[in-house]
Every structure is written in structure tokens, then in C-alpha cells.
Design a protein around this ligand. Structure first.
Ligand SMILES: Nc1ncnc2c1ncn2[C@@H]1O[C@H](COP(=O)(O)OP(=O)(O)O)[C@@H](O)[C@H]1O
Ligand SMILES: [Mg+2]
Length: 192
């Protein structure tokens, strides 16, 4: 890694244009931070988010293996598709689709994606506009994930404790901020 002087605007511009540094949504201030202490609580949190989602929404689900990305996606899918809907992890299939209202859900897990461009063969281009896309391991195809995405970062804080940080970059922060209002309180009120 080259060292640069952070007061040197030209050096920074050069690094940015060389693609060495990207503006990462995870670098932006969080919009909302929640903690969950069980899997059921996590499903309530994402279940409360579900009715706020619409066609064209993209969620980047980040976090280590076993953090709870699939659990989070399951809470959204079962809220829109019905509690009986089976939601397997798309680890091997890469994508599972659900015929939900107000928009179909595409649940992707890009962990096994070898070449980022292979993602287009799945038909993602259309889905990004017409579906609700829930993407685990979005870093595998970072350049293809639109900047309007909501980043959901899940961190393990104990065996069943998880910290969930919502963030979004630039222009899209305000819109998401509005749509996340009251989420925490609502999630606490949902019984499962
Ligand atoms: N608070 C919590 N939120 C989500 N999952 C939890 C929580 N506490 C324990 N778990 C467990 O952690 C695991 C998360 O698995 P999964 O969602 O498949 O992870 P990922 O998709 O991030 O690899 C599950 O076994 C779940 O029961
Ligand atoms: Mg998973």
C-alpha cells in the first residue's frame, strides 16, 4: 500500500481515479443501529422492514459466515410470501426467487460467484429494477450493485447477539433514512 499525505488533494484524486480507493457505503455514517438477541428477534426486525420495500430496492447483506444474513432475508421473504414459505440459503443455486407482492424477491448469495460478470447470466440486470434484491456477499460483485442500495451489516457480538447497522451512500441516504423511521419500535411490537 502506498502511503499518501491526506492533505495532498492531487494525490487523493489520483488514487481515486486509479480505482485504488472506492467510496464504500459502509464508510458512511449509520442510519440506524439495532441489536438482536435471538434469531426470532432478527426475523422480527427484518419482518418489520419488509412492508417498507418496493420494486427496485437492493439490500446488501454483509457480515461473516453465520452472522445471520440468511435469517435476515428469511424474515423479509416470509413476511411477504407467508410464514410457510421455505427459504433455503441460495449458497449453491446463487439465486432463489419468490413470487411476492408488491414485487418479486430475488435472494442471492454470491459467495460462490467466480467471475462478477457471471452474475448477468442469472438475469440480475432486470431484477435490480423490477424486483426486491436481497444480496448476501455483495462484495463479490461490488461494481454491479447499484449505489442506491441499503447496506445491512450484521456483526456477531455474542453467541446469539447481533449488531445490525443500516447505512446507505450519498444521494440515497435521506430516502432510506425516512423509510427506516420507526423500524426499531415496530420490530419490538411484532409477536412471533
Ligand atoms: N440474533 C441472531 N440473529 C440471527 N441469527 C442468529 C442470532 N442468534 C443466533 N443466530 C444463529 O446464527 C445463524 C445464522 O445463520 P445464517 O443466517 O445462515 O448466517 P449467514 O447467512 O450470515 O451465513 C443461525 O444458525 C441462527 O440460528
Ligand atoms: Mg447465508
Amino acid at each position: 500500500m502506498p502511503t499518501i499525505d491526506l492533505r495532498d488533494a492531487d494525490a487523493i484524486t489520483e488514487l481515486l481515479s486509479a480505482g485504488n480507493i472506492r467510496y464504500d457505503s459502509a464508510m458512511s455514517d449509520p442510519l440506524l443501529v439495532c441489536t438482536t438477541t435471538s434469531e426470532a428477534e432478527m426475523r422480527r426486525l427484518s419482518g418489520a422492514l419488509a412492508p417498507r420495500l418496493k420494486a427496485g430496492d437492493v439490500l446488501r447483506l454483509q457480515g461473516a459466515l453465520g452472522a445471520g444474513k440468511t435469517v435476515f432475508a428469511r424474515g423479509i421473504i416470509q413476511t411477504l410470501a407467508g410464514a410457510d414459505e421455505e427459504v433455503p440459503s441460495p449458497t449453491f443455486s446463487l439465486v432463489q426467487t419468490y413470487d411476492t407482492r408488491p414485487a418479486p424477491i430475488w435472494h442471492l448469495d454470491l459467495y460462490r460467484l467466480e467471475k462478477p460478470n457471471d452474475i448477468w447470466e442469472l438475469g440480475l440486470e432486470d431484477a435490480l429494477e423490477t424486483a426486491i434484491s436481497l444480496i448476501e456477499w455483495p462484495d463479490k460483485a461490488d461494481a454491479l450493485v447499484p449505489p442506491c442500495a441499503l447496506t445491512v451489516e450484521i456483526a456477531l457480538i455474542a453467541e446469539t447477539g447481533r449488531k445490525v447497522t443500516f447505512s446507505s451512500a450519498g444521494d440515497h441516504r435521506q430516502g432510506w433514512s425516512r423509510r427506516l423511521q420507526g423500524l426499531k419500535t415496530e420490530a419490538q411490537g411484532i409477536k412471533t
